[in-house]
Write a protein that binds this ligand. Structure first.
Ligand SMILES: *[C@@H]1O[C@H](CO)[C@@H](O)[C@H](O)[C@H]1NC(C)=O
Ligand SMILES: *[C@@H]1O[C@H](CO)[C@@H](O)[C@H](O)[C@H]1NC(C)=O
Length: 535
């Protein structure tokens, strides 16, 4: 008996060392509190992480194990989600209400996740109660492992720029407003890293990496730097063909990384983020400062596109995979021939803005999502019936009035699916899928039809986690459902997400195996109908 126990122990130790030991652990303790800031000159309540607004920049390396203990000192439950971190086999750590109980006031939860096989510039942000309108967001950069090359010379430095629309109303005021059936008002300004005058310095002649993420609530932005070109190198974990741009559109929830060479006369230059597709254009600025500059910034702000939808769609089509360069792993991106894989089905998702019981809601294929009191993941684990419904949302749009439900779409592990986002509204859309990145194969005007597939890029489309859909247009993606779990597919436009334009994709495998999905974490918080249960 003794030797059996011993040999099991040895097997356990070997397994542990094989699965984890080579990847470093990184420990963080974060405390969330309220504070006061005046980003637009008016003092307002903001959400701080470790006293900072925006939150601290989280710099990690591919495959790092992150152990992040989050203490909530707000007067409301709180959750952070890791936008674009794929949480392989681990939707338990996704930090949305379908997977996690919110952390109650004056308590904590320790996130444990790995940045498995990822590189790139990402973000984190609060996922509940419009907290995102008050801050709590930050940059999350995943650097390549030392021996894995990146397809550009190492920059002299790198900057993370969080750009976003901003409102002076409090997050509680916004929740009250939305709950009472009104839609969000026009933003009051555009911030860059939580300010209107942040400054970034570099040496003349050197090249810097700028990681730009749109962390705003609702507005697409155009980004540009006076007198300087932007060389696009990475989009949400894809290494791109390195095209040169005067300016780039970054839609809500998206991230891009560009190289900027300080090849101009030594002075200060404007960095600009301005609203797209809005009647009135709001502009946020920051400064690019040459270390040898004696000359303050001057001249008009560089002009950018304002309503030009064709311009934006054309630019989006120029974002392409560099097939010969690698990403997080040594093999070239182009060795995965996504365009030759047969799709198992086509899901068409049409957004709408119905009134339900006289109040503004947003819906997908007629269903407006409402949160359950119990995370869907816990309902599955404890086999609690009646928490969500798998027959409410359909895979294609159909006629009829909208209704509310906790909608979950079933999907089979390892399916390869085509998803078409059909936007029949005049409003810009931005769609995000947790747990995955996907190939954005096409954008088009009007109604998607099967013939639209002729325009797909089946060779060098890039993968990303958030795709924009232009007014009265469609966007198509291909996605390999190789990550078992409960995954949120949502509008990145935060008012729409809050009022129902989201659902969960339950990527399921009838064979229960830790090879496919990790078990419930031992420290999982239990709430709703799972409260007090023991695994
Ligand atoms: C809360 O923090 C303590 C350490 O201060 C830790 O032991 C505990 O596991 C944390 N709770 C959760 C639910 O992660
Ligand atoms: C693609 O990446 C390779 C490095 O793997 C690089 O040498 C090449 O210049 C890149 N091509 C383009 C068009 O960006």
């Amino acid at each position: 008996m003794g030797s059996l126990v011993l040999s099991r122990l040895i097997i356990c130790l070997v397994l542990l060392s094989v699965s984890k030991a080579e990847d470093p652990y990184r420990y963080f303790t974060w405390t969330v509190t309220y504070g006061t800031a005046s980003p637009l000159g008016v003092p307002q309540q903001v959400i701080l992480i470790n006293g900072q607004f925006p939150g601290p920049r989280l710099d990690v390396v591919t495959n790092d194990n992150i152990i992040l203990n989050l203490f909530n000192q707000l007067d409301q439950p709180f959750l952070l989600t890791w936008n674009g971190i794929k949480q392989r086999k681990n939707s338990w750590q996704d930090g949305v209400l379908g997977t996690n109980c919110p952390i109650p006031p004056n308590s904590n939860y320790t996130y444990k996740f790995q940045t498995k096989d990822q590189i790139g510039g990402y973000t984190y942000f609060p996922s509940t109660l419009m907290h995102k309108a008050a801050g709590g967001f930050g940059a999350l950069n995943v650097y390549a492992r030392p021996r894995i090359p990146v397809p550009y010379s190492l920059p002299a430095g790198d900057f993370s720029l969080l750009i976003g629309d901003w409102r002076t109303s409090s997050h509680k005021g916004l929740v009250h407003y939305l709950d009472s059936g009104k839609s969000l008002t026009f933003p009051d300004g555009v911030l860059i890293n939580g300010r209107t005058q942040s400054s970034y310095s570099g040496d003349q002649g050197k090249t810097y990496l700028f990681r730009i993420s749109n962390v705003g609530l609702s507005t697409s932005l155009n980004f540009r730097i006076q007198g300087h070109k932007l060389k696009l190198v990475e989009v949400e974990g894809s290494h791109t063909v390195q095209n040169i741009y005067d300016s780039l559109d970054v839609h809500v929830g998206q991230s891009v990384s560009v190289l900027v060479t300080l090849d101009q006369a030594p002075k200060d230059y404007y960095i600009v983020a301005s609203t797209r597709f809005t009647g009135r254009v709001l502009t946020g600025t920051a400064l690019l400062h040459y270390t040898n500059s004696q000359t303050p910034v001057s001249g008009p702000l560089p002009a950018g596109p304002t309503y030009h939808i064709h311009w934006s769609m054309k630019q989006a089509r120029t974002f392409r995979w560099n097939l010969t360069s690698n990403a997080a792993r040594p093999n070239p991106q182009g060795s995965y021939h996504y365009g030759r894989i047969r799709t198992s089905r086509t899901i068409v998702l049409a957004n709408s803005a119905p009134l339900i019981n006289g109040k503004q809601r947003y819906a997908v294929n007629r269903v407006s999502y409402i949160n359950a009191d119990t995370p869907l993941k816990l309902a599955d684990y404890f086999e609690i019936p009646g928490v969500y419904s798998m027959d409410s949302i359909q895979g294609i749009p159909y006629e009829g009035p909208a209704y509310v439900a906790t909608s979950v779409m079933p999907a089979t592990h390892h399916e390869f699916v085509e998803v078409v986002f059909q936007n029949n509204e005049k409003a810009m859309q931005s769609w995000h899928l947790d747990g995955y990145d996907f190939w954005v194969v096409g954008y088009g005007f009007g109604q998607w039809t099967e013939a639209s597939r002729h325009s797909y890029n089946l060779v060098d489309a890039l993968t990303r986690h958030t795709v924009q859909v232009y007014p009265k247009s469609w966007s198509s993606i291909l996605v390999s459902l190789d990550n078992q779990g409960m995954w949120n597919l949502r509008s990145a436009i935060w008012e729409r997400q809050y009022l129902g334009q989201q659902f969960y994709l339950r990527v399921y495998n009838p064979v229960k195996s830790f090879q496919n999905e990790y078990g419930m974490p031992r420290n999982a918080l239990l709430c709703g109908k799972a409260f007090g249960r023991r695994p």
